[in-house]
Ligand binder design. Sequence first.
Ligand code: 0O2
Length: 221
Amino acid sequence: AILQHYRQNAQQWKHLLLTYKFALDEMSTKLMILNEEFQFVHDYNPIEHIKTRLKTPESIVDKLRRKGFEVNLGNARAHIHDIAGVRVICSFSTDIYRIYEMICAQSDVTIVQVKDYVRQPKPNGYQSLHMIVEIPVFLTDRMESVKVEIQIRTMAMDFWASLEHKIYYKYNANVPASIRRQLKEAADTIASLDEQMLSLNEEVQQYRPDSDRTGGRPDIP
Ligand code: 0O2
């Protein structure tokens, strides 16, 4: 029945995904602009890199069913907030909030939801700042407000999350207690590593001449 629904509405699903792709393109451009201007003004770039991903129709359908919604385009738009996903990777934990503030300050961005797993990590140790935002996408005949999920985290947090994600799927969500404990320990190590790197960077900033402030980035000859 699902397959039949998709076949009958393939064009509408493709159109839906296209609008989310446009929203992703817009959000990436916004973030690249922020990074580039920040680099120009402060001689430092808060964003290490950006990854974007569009959810596949199969995984949208899976999520709708998991959440108990009927599979249709309206429910996908209303209840699946991460069809368009942007992951922003930073060097330091303070950069996370810098980027967050800069996104919040944009008048065409509506903040729908914020989950701060940096100040309040998940019990398994997961750290990241999640935002669901809505941005306007101007199409040929109308404007659509499109939701984008933004995950902002440090490189160390990202390293942990990608391994944890693999382990979670390897064990089909039934991760043995000893592995869970070790993952939590690794998350604690990562949190203190992030703190150590931040204070190291602050110390270095104090002692470097003004003309040579690169936000802790070693100057590669
Ligand atoms: P995938 O495979 O990455 O897409 P939601 O179900 O999204 O409406 P939820 O789960 O409360 O609501 O949202 P939350 O907490 O903001 O998490 C959404 C996404 O954050 C997840 O998407 C993951 O990408 C990531 N995430 C959340 N918790 C964890 C975690 O413990 N470990 C890792 N590695 N990633 C996490 P999906 O769709 O669950 O998964």
